[in-house]
Design a protein around this ligand. Sequence first.
Ligand code: AMP
Length: 307
Amino acid sequence: MSILVVGSVAFDGIETPFGKVERAIGGSATYFSVAASFFTPVQLVAVVGEDFSDKEMEVFRGRDIDVSGLSRAQGKTFSWRGSYDYDMNVATTRETQLNVFADFKPVLSDSFRSAKVVFLANIDPELQLEVLEQVRSPRLVALDTMNYWITSKKEALKKIFSRVDLIIINEGEVRQFSGEANLIKGARTILSLGAKTIVIKRGEYGVLMVKKDEVFAVPAFPLETVFDPTGAGDTFAGGFLGYLASRSDHSESVMRRAIIFGSVLASFTVEAFALDRLREVSRREIDSRFRQFKTLTHFDDLEEAES
Ligand code: AMP
């Protein structure tokens, strides 16, 4: 089943303790699309400016990503500047320029309107709602956001939180949105707005999936080289939802496997700057790291250990 995504396509300026890059292609929808396309066809809805050249479009080529919903408008492409200290779990935003996103009014084509799985990647919540309202009968709707929108558009966010099945969000943002210091309490506050599942991204500490009666926790894949965490969250969402969209049932065991695929994809993204590593990874490498993850987190039951 294909997956429709709306989010940012961007030029990023990134600084980490290990180096810096200018004008790297990024954006929440870009990382998401590349990651999800390993598992399922992607329909991309976003806007770029006149400065986004044909060469830059190469990031989407040769993958199962339908770019007919990626429009080009007069003006400059969305841009973001961020930096990280040695503790790379939290990005500090230096600058956000909405540029062509400021007046973007997406109109979905007929085939995009029949999408069954929808991901509202990090972007203006009003825009997320505008896209969602055009989709006829989605079966699974998921959403991501960030502190920028929690600060500037909390009411719009609350509205859209009540319309989605699944929320994928950073731990700091759970605390900021809910006003709760405790993550599980914060997750429950957010779930009370309507979603059935919340997936909390915790950087190098991994991911926590919380439902009404179930909690699942995994660590991040332990790596010796972490160069740049930019895009890890969107890549996680792409692996997670891409795998879910490729499966007909979404039982707890399928959702847990999807969490591992998301974590595996994100572990590749952080190994190099921007999209560099994700663009060259193969499905074979993904599956191999998936198996390593199983070994990493496996332990015997008490009875087995004692026999
Ligand atoms: P993450 O996966 O959380 O590291 O997201 C990083 C990406 O989010 C970068 O490539 C940025 O271009 C993009 N981004 C940063 N701020 C915003 C924002 N306010 N709205 C949409 N996208 C953003």
